[in-house]
Design a protein around this ligand. Structure first.
Ligand code: PHE
Ligand code: CO
Length: 263
């Protein structure tokens, strides 16, 4: 296992240019308006509680004060995508690895790899929620285990369809909690309002069987009823599930089965 410190860097907040802060503000205000009626309450509350994020690219040192007080999580700066074992090790220790660079103005609407707007605006508000914060730590530990069991593909789908692209049914209606959605203007609207994608009630094995696309909006979203439900469903030892998954086989991103409960 690689030393975690080896891949950690300094954010160097002082080095951001006025234009980079302006790009952050453009993205922030645009998403704030779109998400007011579309993101779930815990996300919106987390964003408000972080406070410091509206004026420009936030300084991780200030974010960490709020985050550590709320749920004992912290952000660590990394240069880009980190190896799986390093990523899981961070999560298992309640550390969220975040990139530091921000997209260029020509990339406001779409970027293939995560930047600081996705990592911070998208992920950190949910880490302010105690149940979700515990889920992310458990996921990190599960990742280290899945690595040893050679079942990373299955477990990665769970992250994708919950942490990145999850929807939740709240008393006020269907809402977004997935980071990949909240950091995207187009998908924030599409995931709730388009007729095209499937919206399927969350089922752990169903999720882990389902392939996903990384180059376009999702063809299926999985809907939880609460973060407690998600946490409880992922508590059992996955070892027997992995055996069953090998037997069940994969499903295409747009598949619908007779057992699916469509929302
Ligand atoms: N319970 C899972 C296991 O035994 C670990 C896990 C927890 C995975 C939460 C994902 C989310 O492997
Ligand atoms: Co992400």
């Amino acid at each position: 296992m690689k030393d975690l410190e080896q891949l950690a860097i300094e954010q160097q907040w002082e080095a951001y240019t006025p234009e980079q802060h302006a790009i952050w503000r453009t993205l922030f205000h645009r998403q704030e308006a779109i998400l007011a009626q579309r993101a779930c309450r815990p996300f919106l509350d987390g964003l408000t509680a972080l406070g410091v994020a509206a004026e420009g690219i936030p300084d991780f040192r200030r974010l960490n004060d709020a985050l550590e007080r709320a749920t004992r999580w912290r952000i660590v700066a990394v240069p880009g995508l980190v190896p799986d074992d390093v990523f899981f090790e961070h999560l298992a220790k309640r550390r969220f690895p975040s990139t530091c660079f921000i997209r260029r103005r020509e990339q406001l609407d779409y970027l293939q790899e995560p930047d600081i707007f996705h990592d911070i605006f998208g992920h950190v508000p949910m880490l302010m929620n105690p149940v979700f914060a515990d889920y992310m730590e458990a996921y990190g530990k599960g990742g280290l285990k899945a690595l040893k069991l050679h079942n990373l593909e299955h477990l990665a789908r769970l992250y994708w369809y919950t942490v990145e692209f999850g929807l939740i049914r709240m008393p006020e209606g269907l809402r977004i909690y997935g980071s990949g959605i909240v950091s995207s203007k187009g998908e924030s609207i599409y995931c709730l309002e388009s007729e095209k994608p499937n919206r399927i009630a969350f089922d752990l094995l169903r999720v882990m069987r389902t392939r996903y696309r990384i180059d376009d909006y999702q063809e299926s979203y999985f809907v939880i009823d609460s973060f407690e439900q998600l946490f409880a469903a992922t508590q059992p030892d996955f070892t027997p599930y992995y055996a069953e998954l090998a037997f069940l086989g994969d499903l295409e991103p747009n598949a619908v089965t007779t057992e699916d409960r469509l929302i």
